[in-house]
Design a protein around this ligand. Structure first.
Ligand code: PLZ
Length: 449
């Protein structure tokens, strides 16, 4: 895999620690950060970045870390991917911004054409482009309400959809996303997710449980949209039982509600298909995308049935920067890279490497309740031995032990007890194996095995 992305800009694909972490330069920058940056902005690792490429992040002290986070599922094509860098450089030199609503340009249209090709379903589709995932979700709700003339939005326990006012309402978890930030937008209703490790229900059973609540407490005729992450991201990589998503989609069809798949974290080859809905042949009416779409530049989209996307009055959708030309150039180069390198296949290969190692660790450690995920979106849920009781403290200690040894891992989950892995899809086999060795050693160290 590594040689496929060999280019002048690719850094040595190795873990290399030359100081303790954080080193002196990172510590100095941390002091400046503390003085200048709001402490409301969280932080995972205490090191500052100087360069990043492929599957490594190099800090200002010269330490090279293995990246199992991809900037939260963003740099799927690798950091500073050669094609993305070239496309961005060319575009930024040609023009940086005009606003698509003022004087349009081809890149925006080409991204919408690509979205129509790669998203699930072969019906006529149209798109609108935005800057962030939350903005895409907000706009999907606007479109669904306009298209149906209804107001209610149904979301799921453990769901995450953003930090703006409407998307805070759509997001399940209070701390840190919502605490003290209310009042929240009305007409949002939350129902139970299918969470096989915790509910033991089949997909059909979990769907009946959720939809019965919608019918009794909201009323099918009031539902504008059902919004769901086909695999939950921040909520802890919760993979619904098979049959759950198709049942929810079918209910929407019958109820005349819009089925919206939030594929912001799962999209663009991350789960081993172009989109996570593909695994069960589910075709959403609207799909929100961001993150992996543009190799690290801010871009997001709503894509959906052409008639639905056109239901909104002209001028009803937009924004100054949405579909910025530099971000569009990056998206086109990213999508080309995904095709050329078969990154969906690469994601499946990552799963094949990781899952057996994590299952062995589950056996050996006794604190992993569940190994789950799909493609290059894999997680372990940490519990007290012999129970399903979450152990967030242990999860944090294991994550920090990985960080100290130069491996970037993230946590997630409503209970803070999920270690999640989102490697760039171009990560080399050797680098991935080394990261798993470090993870193994972190469990040994923290648990005193
Ligand atoms: N929908 C499914 O995963 C963003 C959030 C990080 P934005 N997830 C990472 C944090 O702590 O803020 C996300 C997502 C899903 C929507 C979003 C929101 O995307 O680009 O962060 O607005």
């Amino acid at each position: 895999m590594t040689d496929l992305l060999a280019g002048p800009e690719i850094l040595p694909q190795e873990r290399r620690l030359v100081t303790e972490l954080p080193g002196p330069r990172s510590r100095a920058l941390m002091e400046r950060r503390m003085a200048a940056v709001s402490s409301g902005v969280g932080g995972t690792l205490p090191v500052f970045v100087e360069r990043a490429g492929g599957g490594v992040v190099v800090d200002v002290d010269g330490n090279s870390l293995i990246d199992l986070g991809s900037g939260i599922a963003v740099v799927s094509v690798g950091n500073a991917a050669p094609k993305v860098v070239t496309a961005v450089q060319e575009q930024v030199a040609a023009f940086t911004h005009t606003c698509f609503m003022v004087t349009p340009y081809e890149g925006y249209v080409a991204v919408c054409e690509e979205l129509a090709r790669v998203t699930p379903g072969d019906h006529a589709k149209k798109s609108a482009l935005f800057n962030s995932g939350a903005e895409a979700v907000e706009n999907a709700v606007k479109i669904a309400r306009h298209a149906t003339g209804r107001q209610a939005v149904v979301v799921f326990d453990h769901g995450y959809h953003g930090r703006t006012n409407l998307t805070m309402a759509l997001t399940a978890k209070n701390m840190p996303y919502k605490h003290g930030f209310g009042p929240f937008a009305p007409e949002v209703y939350r129902v139970p997710m299918s969470y096989p490790f915790r509910d033991g229900l089949s997909g059909a059973e979990a769907a009946s449980r959720a939809l019965a609540l919608v019918e009794s407490q909201v009323g099918a005729a009031n539902v504008a949209a059902v919004l769901i992450e086909p695999i939950q991201g921040e909520g802890g990589f919760v993979v619904p039982a098979r049959g759950f998503l198709p049942a929810v989609a079918e209910w929407c069809r019958q109820a005349g509600a819009v089925f919206v798949a939030d594929e912001i974290q799962t999209g663009f080859c991350r789960t081993g298909d172009w989109f996570a809905c593909d695994a069960e042949g589910v075709v959403p009416d609207l799909i929100t995308t961001a993150k992996g779409i543009a190799g690290g530049l801010p871009l997001a989209a709503v894509t959906g049935r052409a008639g639905m996307m056109d239901a909104v009055h002209t001028g009803g959708l937009g924004g100054t920067y949405g579909g910025n030309p530099v971000a569009c150039a990056a998206a086109l180069a990213s999508i080309e890279t995904m095709r050329e390198l078969d990154l969906a296949g690469a994601a499946r290969a990552i799963e094949a490497t990781m899952v057996p190692r994590l299952r062995a660790l589950q056996e050996r450690s006794g604190v992993i309740g569940d190994v789950r995920g799909r493609g290059a979106m894999i997680a372990v849920e940490i519990v007290r031995p012999g129970t399903t009781e979450p152990d967030a403290d242990l999860t944090g200690r294991i994550a920090r032990a990985c960080h100290a040894q130069g491996v970037v891992v993230l946590t997630a989950g409503t209970f803070g007890n999920v270690l999640r892995f989102l490697p760039p899809l171009v990560i080399g086999q050797e680098l991935l194996t080394e990261a798993l060795d470090v993870l193994d050693a972190a469990f040994t160290e923290v648990l005193g095995l």
